[in-house]
Design a binder for this molecule. Structure first.
Ligand code: UFG
Length: 334
């Protein structure tokens, strides 16, 4: 049992809700702050968790919450995460992902809360020269989403110098899968991510899946990604919290499996899991997609003792499929 409550922003979102569930099962006192723009109230299934609807940039609300709880740490998920939208509407991303969290950091400084776990992304690397990507790879994002996250990484480092904030920047690769019992899962609107999109082509929620590019310099011509199960991400957050709360130094680590899977391999995995044939259209490349993004996750293993446990893509796809076939058919009601 950890001393002091943990504030989790964006805890009603996809990765946030799986992490809230894990941390709460470890009997930590959790307060979730989420504006429910993309999150779902129903994704918080533990009654012990206090839920507050509000904005990360609302200083009055933050002051009230920090006065009431004396938080030991903050886990910050709240962000927009549509890469394409960030290119069309960059200010929305800089405002929400970079500027709004300043109020949160201000409040943490005022209240002496000095532990911060941050949802960063492999999008901060841009198009890497070498794969797998380790943490020494130059961070050169190619879109506003990646830059909005990288700037917050820099801000956290500056806060450490100035007032001793210790942070864990967790650079996720492709979050995927759902809770194995199908009680919580991935419900984005619009849904653009590959695995749910392929499954939706089978449930009839969407038309045939379009493969964005078949002429990449990869063995089967389609993009390769590192699909990391959302519960492995949740475990990494728990380990990062333990590590920082027991005095560990700030860290920046990749969270991935270390294994690359192509778009065609995902489609084959879906066909193997469901026993159905996926309707496919071969389309053009999507702007801004690097050919390959695969993590070297060894630093997270060395520092946190964390390793992905879901290494079989069939297992990950199966968990996403059971959520889509569960009682709510992959959709929250609120
Ligand atoms: N893809 C298709 N068809 C689709 C959807 C996706 O072919 O309908 C392909 C994409 O081109 C890509 C792969 O499937 O090659 C995975 O695409 P996703 O949209 O699922 O994920 P991304 O790799 O684009 O995005 C993820 C995260 C972002 C993060 C980014 C880093 O969702 O938050 O990785 O590049 F920024």
């Amino acid at each position: 049992m950890q001393e002091g409550a943990i504030l989790i922003t964006g805890g009603a979102g996809y990765i946030g809700s799986h992490t809230v569930r894990l941390l709460s099962s470890q009997r930590r006192k959790i307060v979730v702050l989420d504006n429910l723009v993309y999150g779902h109230r129903d994704a918080i299934i533990d009654d012990q968790v206090e839920f507050v609807k509000g904005e990360v940039g609302d200083k009055e609300l933050l002051k009230e919450l920090f006065s009431r709880h004396a938080f030991a740490a903050v886990v910050h998920f709240a962000a927009y995460a549509y890469v394409g939208e960030s290119v069309q509407n960059p200010l929305k991303y800089y405002r929400n992902n970079t500027s709004e969290p300043l109020a949160l950091l201000d409040t943490m400084q005022d209240f002496g809360c000095k532990v911060f776990v941050f949802s960063s992304t492999c999008a901060t690397y841009g198009v890497p020269e070498v794969v797998p990507i380790n943490e020494n790879t130059v961070q050169s994002p190619i879109n506003a989403y990646g830059r909005s996250k990288l700037m917050l990484e820099w801000i956290l480092a500056d806060c450490e110098t100035a007032w001793g904030l210790r942070s864990a920047c967790l650079r996720y690769f492709n979050a995927s899968g759902c809770a194995e019992d199908g009680r919580i899962g991935e419900d984005h609107d619009p849904e653009t991510h590959l695995i749910p999109r392929v499954l939706m082509a089978l449930t009839g929620e969407a038309g045939p899946v379009e493969i964005f590019g078949t002429d990449y310099p990869t063995p089967d011509g389609t993009c390769i990604r590192d699909y990391i199960h959302v519960n492995d991400l949740a475990t990494a957050h728990a380990k990062a919290l333990d590590y920082l709360q027991t005095g560990g130094a700030s860290l920046r680590v990749n969270l991935g499996t270390g294994k690359g899977v192509s778009v065609r391999e995902i489609i084959s995995a879906v066909e193997a899991v469901t026993g159905q044939s996926v309707p496919v259209i071969e389309g053009q490349r999507r702007a801004g997609d690097p050919a390959q993004l695969v993590a070297d996750p060894s630093l997270a293993s060395d520092i946190l003792g964390w390793r992905a446990e879901h290494l079989d893509i069939l297992q990950t796809v199966r968990s996403a499929w059971s959520w889509m076939n569960g009682p709510t058919k992959g959709r929250y009601s609120s």
